[in-house]
Write a protein that binds this ligand. Structure first.
Ligand SMILES: [Fe+2]
Length: 164
């Protein structure tokens, strides 16, 4: 939903926006292969637990959607939504131009969505905290244009991001 709207505002054609919508729905599908308790645990994860969490993009790609042909780059979105511009993401440590626009959009939406959601171990983040994260990370972790666009959309009272 959020990713499709960002794509639309970004000027992408309808078909690519539908791809972002489907990618947005499926990007974390690998989580269904992991024990639910790992996502609701209070306190720090052990190193093994963290490695397991970080395996969800590849699990989603390999075990769930890898063999399916989509008319959009769904595999890329599932596998790479935790990649970061500076190469600090996972699972492949992709860098800069190696991150597709779809992945850049999904990455920012995912961070905003996660921060604006309540978790069992924390309350939802304030808008200021989300903006701080996007400003701190733009150009380094997140695509600058996408991060700026998302902040503009959050400020827009008519946008679906108004829930932030
Ligand atoms: Fe994820």
């Amino acid at each position: 939903m959020m990713a499709r709207e960002v794509g639309h505002q970004f000027g992408l054609d309808d078909d690519r926006c539908i791809g972002l919508y489907v990618g947005g729905l499926l990007h974390d599908v690998g989580r269904i292969t992991l024990p639910e308790t790992i996502f609701t645990k209070r306190g720090n994860l052990t190193e093994e637990e963290w490695e397991l969490v970080k395996s969800h993009p590849r699990r989603g790609y390999n075990k769930v959607i890898g063999g399916v042909e989509y008319p959009w780059p769904i595999g890329d979105m599932v596998l790479h939504h935790h990649e970061r511009l500076d190469g600090s993401g996972y699972p492949d440590g992709l860098k800069g131009e190696e991150l597709s626009l779809e992945v850049r959009i999904l990455a920012v939406c995912d961070v905003v969505e996660a921060m604006s959601s309540r978790r069992p171990y924390r309350s939802k983040r304030k808008k200021e905290e989300i903006f701080y994260e996007l400003k701190r990370g733009r150009g380094k972790l997140y695509d600058t244009e996408v991060a700026n666009l998302v902040m503009t959309m959050i400020e827009d009272k008519h946008s679906p991001f108004d829930m932030v």
